[in-house]
Design a protein around this ligand. Structure first.
Ligand SMILES: Nc1ncnc2c1ncn2[C@@H]1O[C@H](COP(=O)(O)OP(=O)(O)OP(=O)(O)O)[C@@H](O)[C@H]1O
Ligand SMILES: [Mg+2]
Length: 464
């Protein structure tokens, strides 16, 4: 049941509409002029306004503009006997849901009305998500509704105030860097620098001088004294990303730094005091690394004073609608566009998908959808092809891929699903370069290209 306002100066048509809408179960208020109608709009919340275009002194277009100004989510349908292309375009431009030419049959207009009400319900759902997002289901830029994520918010808020080391763990794309930034920007050091050190990307031979700096003449090529990354974070926070990649000799030096809060430049003799807070992250299982002798136990305990673990997205599916809404708003804002509404079947699909790339993958899908979405709603056709084509029944959780359920399974489809996911992961690891992804998987470039085409993945064939 919806609340509908009918504004129509033709009394017989007004009565027909009123009766028809009541019979369909809606609550109806009617007015015979724009002025009278707008008075109702002021005091009531309507889901839908049906207005005539030609209404004495003020036109239906005025009604439309006023309604949209005071209640943007209320849908408006314009009825007109003088349907020229210009007025129709003008009505749509001012935000009408649709217009219908008079005379019309009741079942004709009733389809339009039902569609408008569907949209309205969607908007309400989106508004609800948005409201909850601006309140308790977010911390800074981090979004989450599940208990596990709210626990993360809690920990972030509490450790931010201290200078304790924090270790953030979680699979790729789960938001480790986002959390590290939140810790810094909610801490008393927020006006100091936030320095990201990607430990996996710095060659081992350069690591020490990059981190600690070096004095002039410390080694061939060291023409001047240079300060390191740790010193450049003075008064702020250093984010040691991919800490699991650091070599054992370097781990010793880091440990010393964590204990003494001092550094010594390569080739130097003086100890320099640095006030830096350390936040480290890894997608490796450091316990495992310690056991395997690849990570020093003492450094592990130094870093692990506070641990924040970010669960993979598959373990917090209830966060998906909120994250989706958050990303749609973000990307719409970036391109200066009204927030798009996510259609229910699209949301269902997003909730059912598996995300080996976690939140980053969901974010990429929505960026694509906002870019390609037409109109005011994100429909299926705006989703990337691989998302549209993935058969949901093959999207079993990765943990279970070898399990055979009671009802049996389609082996070919299951294997294809696994292959597709491995291809995606290889592409991701290779930064999107197909040749490198092929090498990672020990297959030829030709074969890679063939497989990607088969699954509708990757760039068109002209590239590279
Ligand atoms: N809870 C969240 N709310 C909003 N955005 C998120 C959330 N988690 C992740 N993101 C977004 O997803 C993307 C990936 O997050 P981030 O770079 O922090 O992941 P990561 O764990 O560091 O990944 P990697 O291990 O691959 O470096 C970013 O754009 C980030 O803003
Ligand atoms: Mg990261």
């Amino acid at each position: 049941m919806a609340r509908i306002l009918v504004i129509e100066d033709d009394s017989s048509l007004r009565q027909v509409l009123e009766m028809f809408l009541r019979k369909t179960g809606h609550e109806v208020v009617s007015a015979s002029s724009a002025e009278e109608g707008l008075r109702f709009v002021g005091d009531n919340e309507f889901d839908l306004v049906l207005t005539d275009l030609k209404l004495g002194r003020q036109s239906g277009l005025d009604v439309l503009s006023r309604v949209k100004a005071s209640a943007p989510e209320c849908e408006v349908i314009v009825m007109t006997a003088y349907s020229t292309v210009e007025t129709a375009i003008e009505a749509m431009r001012r935000g009408a849901f649709d217009y219908v030419g008079k005379p019309f049959k009741l079942d004709e207009i009733s389809i339009t009305i039902e569609k408008a009400l569907e949209r309205r319900a969607l908007s309400l759902e989106n508004i609800r998500l948005r409201r909850e997002l601006s309140g308790r289901y977010r911390f800074d830029q981090i979004v989450g509704k599940t208990a596990r994520m709210r626990q993360v918010f809690d920990t972030v808020a509490r450790v931010a105030a201290t200078r304790t080391s924090v270790l953030i763990t979680g699979e790729s794309g789960t938001g480790k860097e986002l959390v590290a930034r939140a810790i810094h920007f909610n801490s008393p050091r927020k006006d100091g620098p936030f320095v990201v050190v990607n430990c996996g990307a710095i060659p081992d031979t350069l690591m020490e001088s990059e981190m600690f700096g070096h004095v002039r003449g410390a080694f061939t090529g060291a023409h001047t004294t240079r300060h390191g990354l740790l010193e450049s974070a003075q008064g702020g926070t250093v984010f040691l990303d991919e800490i699991g990649e650091v070599s054992l000799p370097m781990q010793v030096k880091l440990l010393r730094f964590l204990q003494e809060h001092t550094i010594r430049l390569v080739g130097g003799t003086q100890e320099v005091k640095v006030d830096v807070r350390v936040v480290a992250a890894t997608n490796k299982d450091l316990h495992q690394e310690v056991k395997a002798g690849r990570f020093r136990e003492d450094l592990f305990y130094r870093l692990n004073v506070i641990r924040i673990h970010l669960p993979p997205l598959r373990e917090r599916a209830e966060d998906i609608p909120y994250l989706a809404q958050h990303f749609v708003e973000k990307f719409c804002r970036e391109i200066g566009r009204e927030p798009l509404v996510i259609a229910p079947d699209v949301m269902e699909r997003l909730k059912a998908l598996r995300y080996p790339g976690n939140v980053r993958e969901l974010e990429n899908i929505l960026e694509h959808a906002v870019t390609f979405g037409r109109g005011r709603t994100i429909e299926m056709d705006a989703l990337p092809e691989h998302v549209r084509q993935t058969r949901l029944d093959t999207l079993s959780p990765l943990e279970d891929v070898t399990q055979v359920p009671e009802e049996g399974l389609d082996l070919e489809a299951r294997l294809e699903d696994i292959e597709r996911r491995i291809l995606l992961n290889a592409l991701r690891r290779a930064g999107g370069v197909r040749k490198d992804a092929a090498t990672l998987l020990g297959i030829t470039f030709r074969s890679m290209r063939y497989k990607l085409a088969k699954y509708g993945l990757g760039p068109p064939l002209e590239e590279e």
